[in-house]
Design a protein around this ligand. Structure first.
Ligand SMILES: *Cc1c(COP(=O)(O)O)cnc(C)c1O
Length: 409
């Protein structure tokens, strides 16, 4: 997170002191760096420079409209998974010809909107979905551009709750089903089979599973002899949540994709979420109380699992950093917990953490992806504000939810 740095022991986001923001805004709140988003986006492009891919940012990872607009201006398209995300992407200025729609359970209403707007691709995950899209398209007198999502049956070393490319996972179609569906689609006159797509999971730190699925795609193309306009290789690129965590090396994979593209003469699509937005945000929170436990101290934050769910949902590790550093240490262990009445409302345990006092601020790091979007009103708590920093300016890009509205009956 090169945009989040300490200057004289105080945490800064770009040119702004997080402490000053925390003093002026009610905690907890999400805080993003525009510079970091820009850097991540251009690094991604750089990795795949020769390929000139279309990047469809995965809107489910962060759907703040200001951020979508910001990414749209950098050239990004969108990968959406619901009616709401599709509308949001369009309203944020992303053109339909840069939008792909993914998901196994698209409703008729969602499909109608996607067909009407003539988006780039609807990625289909079952034969029934193909039939329904064909039926709706016929009624609306449209030809609809579709892709087929492959489930390559590859195991990926990631948390079992975020793997999507094993045969036992609900996503996509097996190679065998794709081969037979390709034939059947010939008779679905209102469909244009333009793409194969694959997305094997999230927070993937090795390029091996990507290479494997590329092979399977090549095999399908050879067997079907279809000239697909687009090959959509999904997202899933991991980031380093821990200091020592290895980074995914994309050079090798990038070369393979480049050869693939030359061989099959297709446009490549990627759908990154986490790798674009994950390290661009922190959650700023205040220490409400400190209480001694049996063999550790509890540091009770004002942020709860409803505000940031990943640790409770996936046992995710997110480093918690102080807003103001000191050299004094707390002896023994501390555990950061939130106020929600659930045992899983906790954010991590540390040894020899620096001294903290009640009313100090801390930041939960790397919360840009699957952070705010997963938050809820559990315990009747309002959704948080989101603040965006660029250079020495800050802007509230989402107001904290109004409590009175929330408790209306
Ligand atoms: C969630 C999702 C992505 C984004 O995954 P990341 O791990 O955030 O890059 C891309 N494509 C599809 C189909 C998804 O469901």
């Amino acid at each position: 997170m090169s945009s989040f740095k300490y200057k004289q022991k105080k945490l800064f986001v770009e040119n702004i002191s997080v402490f000053n923001l925390a003093k002026r805004n009610r905690t907890p709140f999400y805080l993003y760096s525009g510079l970091q988003i820009k850097e991540n986006y251009s690094n991604f492009i750089k990795n795949f420079k020769n390929i000139n891919p279309l990047i469809c940012f995965s809107v489910k990872s962060n759907s703040n409209p200001y951020i979508l607009r910001f990414l749209g201006k950098l050239g990004s398209g969108a990968d959406v998974v619901s009616y709401g995300e599709l509308l949001k992407a369009l309203k944020s200025g992303i053109k339909p010809n840069k939008i792909v729609f993914s998901g196994i359970g698209k409703s008729e209403e969602e499909l109608k909107l996607a067909i009407k707007k003539k988006i780039l691709l609807i990625n289909i995950e079952s034969e029934s979905e193909a039939l329904l899209i064909n039926k709706i398209s016929k009624k609306m007198n449209k030809n609809t551009s579709i892709g087929l999502r492959l489930n390559p049956d590859i195991s990926v070393k990631t948390h079992r709750k975020i793997s999507t490319g094993k045969a036992e996972d609900k996503f996509g179609l097996s190679k065998k089903d794709i081969l037979s569906l390709c034939k059947k689609i010939n008779n679905m006159k209102n469909l244009r089979l333009n793409a194969l797509s694959v997305h094997i999971g999230s927070q993937i730190l090795s390029d091996n599973p990507y290479k494997k699925s590329l092979k399977i795609i090549a095999d399908i193309i050879k067997k079907t002899k279809i000239k697909f306009k687009f090959i959509d290789l999904g997202g899933g690129f991991g980031i380093s949540y821990r200091k020592k965590e290895k980074k995914i090396k994309l050079k090798n994979y990038s070369n393979l994709v480049n050869n693939f593209k030359k061989k099959f003469n297709c446009k490549i699509i990627f759908e990154p979420g986490r790798s674009i937005i994950g390290n661009t945000g922190i959650l700023v929170s205040k220490v409400q109380y400190i209480k001694k436990g049996r063999n550790k101290s509890f540091i009770i934050l004002d942020a709860g699992m409803n505000d940031f769910m990943r640790p409770a949902l996936y046992d995710a590790f997110h480093n918690i950093i102080p807003i103001t550093k000191t050299n004094k240490k707390i002896k023994g262990s501390v555990e950061f917990v939130g106020p929600i009445c659930e045992t899983t409302c906790k954010f991590g345990r540390y040894k020899n953490y620096q001294r903290l006092n009640e009313n100090n601020y801390v930041a939960i790091s790397n919360v840009g992806a699957y952070g705010f979007v997963l938050s809820s009103n559990y315990n009747t708590r309002p959704l948080l504000a989101e603040i965006f920093v660029r250079k020495n300016k800050n802007k509230t890009i989402r107001k904290r939810q109004n409590l009175l509205e929330l408790i209306k009956v």
